[in-house]
Design a protein around this ligand. Structure first.
Ligand code: NAG
Ligand code: NAG
Ligand code: NAG
Ligand code: NAG
Length: 389
């Protein structure tokens, strides 16, 4: 306190040390009055001026702020509900996966849509490059524009060359390299789901590959999905080496061995289940870290996660027929000579299963794996056997 000039006492002291100029001893009364009058005038003048400055400039800056905030919104954004329900006009975007999954996980809390919504089915093609069976799919989709959307995820190096009349034209989404059995495959599937979720009209989400074919008329396929109470995800408890044998105890406590499930990666899920897949950050790190090569994460991640979170929403079966009867690591592939009337009839109605808790003879809507050479006979048999083409 004493070493610094920081108080009134210090200043008083400093006058004693001669730092202040000595005051004149005599100060005439008249001069004092004039000085006071000038001071008073000056004060009034200054106050008026500063009031003016504050009001004027303050108001001007408020006007400027108003222009910056409100004016563009009147021009760019429709004041109607439409701007919140319109799907993106261009599927290409520059969002990162993190940004995309965050945006895609938005869910309205009011369950009733305040507008007429015709639900669509999102057909999501996970491919390497070309879609050799696209002519068959074009015939399947023809005339049903209002009730489906298409999304294609291919290798980033592949450039699709569909013409503007194709249903696949401009339906490619921003893609990354994905490898079978790796987490990058699940990433690609979540990317497809997330992009499809951005369109509010999509209600069902079906994952397909370039070797998949449709088995029934579009209308049957549509009704089968729209009316289903359950999502089509396989979730079996396989005690063998390719089931529980792939479980890693480091996944506990998020995933126990009793909860470990297996299912085909070719799912068909409703919007609610699609959102729970896209928003997951709880199970993902465990699968990414501990379901490594020879675990085949794409056969376990969604099945196990959904079995733990919402088992009562699952049909516990796939919609996509495949033939494992020949044995080995890969299912059978069918080419030109396999495609006969008897073969297709057997796939379409060769089994009984449960649909909405009732017995059903329609169990599969799609089938794989079909080689490019199967296209021609499929196009020939399609109109009579599959109801389209
Ligand atoms: C697209 O490219 C492939 C070869 O990459 C070719 O076989 C096909 O005919 C092309 N399709 C169109 C519509 O140009
Ligand atoms: C398919 O459904 C649409 C819409 O309900 C209908 O207009 C069309 O006639 C149906 N087609 C067939 C072949 O049943
Ligand atoms: C699928 O399995 C789960 C768990 O075992 C069960 O809760 C659910 O009811 C099953 N779904 C159907 C459609 O039977
Ligand atoms: C399916 O069920 C029906 C009636 O219950 C039966 O006649 C038919 O043989 C069954 N089909 C198969 C493939 O099991």
């Amino acid at each position: 306190m004493q070493s610094r000039v920081s108080s009134f006492e210090d200043l008083k002291d400093s006058s004693h040390t001669g730092l202040r100029a000595p005051q004149p001893r005599v100060f005439p009364m008249m001069m004092l009055k004039i000085l006071l009058a000038f001071l008073a005038l000056g004060f009034v003048g200054f106050s008026g001026f500063s009031l003016y400055v504050t009001r004027h400039i303050g108001l001007r800056s408020a006007v400027a702020r108003g222009a910056a905030v409100f004016r563009p919104s009147c021009i760019d954004e429709s004041p109607a509900l439409d701007r919140w329900i319109r799907p993106p006009s261009n599927l290409m975007h520059s969002m990162s996966d993190e940004e995309l999954f965050w945006r895609a996980s938005w869910v309205p809390q009011v369950k009733r849509y305040p507008f007429k919504r015709l639900p669509r089915i999102a057909f999501m093609f996970l491919t390497r490059g070309p879609l050799p069976l696209s002519p068959l799919w074009e015939k399947f989709f023809k005339g049903h524009d209002e009730r489906y959307s298409i999304y294609v995820h291919s290798l980033p190096s592949y450039e699709a060359n569909f013409t503007s009349t194709s249903v696949f034209y401009h339906r490619q989404i921003p893609s990354k390299v994905s490898e079978w059995g790796q987490m990058s495959m699940c990433d690609a599937e979540r990317r497809l789901l997330a992009n499809a979720l951005l369109d509010l009209s999509n209600e069902w989400f079906v994952l397909l590959s370039e070797s998949c074919i449709p088995l029934l008329h579009f209308n049957i396929t549509y009704q089968y999905l729209i009316r289903s109470r359950y999502s089509f995800v396989g979730a079996t408890d396989d005690p063998g080496p390719f089931g529980r044998g792939r479980y890693n105890p480091d996944m506990a406590p998020e995933v126990s061995i009793e909860q470990w499930r297996k299912g085909s990666q070719w799912f068909g899920v409703n919007r609610k289940v699609a959102v729970s897949i896209v928003k997951d950050t709880y199970y993902y790190p465990k699968f990414e870290k501990f379901c490594r090569p020879h675990c085949y994460v794409d056969e376990h991640y969604f099945s196990t996660m959904l079995f733990i979170e919402s088992p009562n929403l699952l049909a516990n079966r796939s919609l996509t027929w495949v033939d494992w009867s020949r044995g080995g690591a890969h299912p059978a592939t069918f080419g030109r000579n396999d495609i006969t009337e008897a073969f297709l009839k057997r796939i379409v109605r060769g089994r009984n299963c449960s649909y909405n808790d009732q017995p059903s003879s329609i169990c599969y809507l799609f089938a794989r794996k079909f080689a490019p050479s199967s296209l021609e006979p499929l196009l020939q048999l399609g109109p009579t056997l599959l109801g389209f083409g």
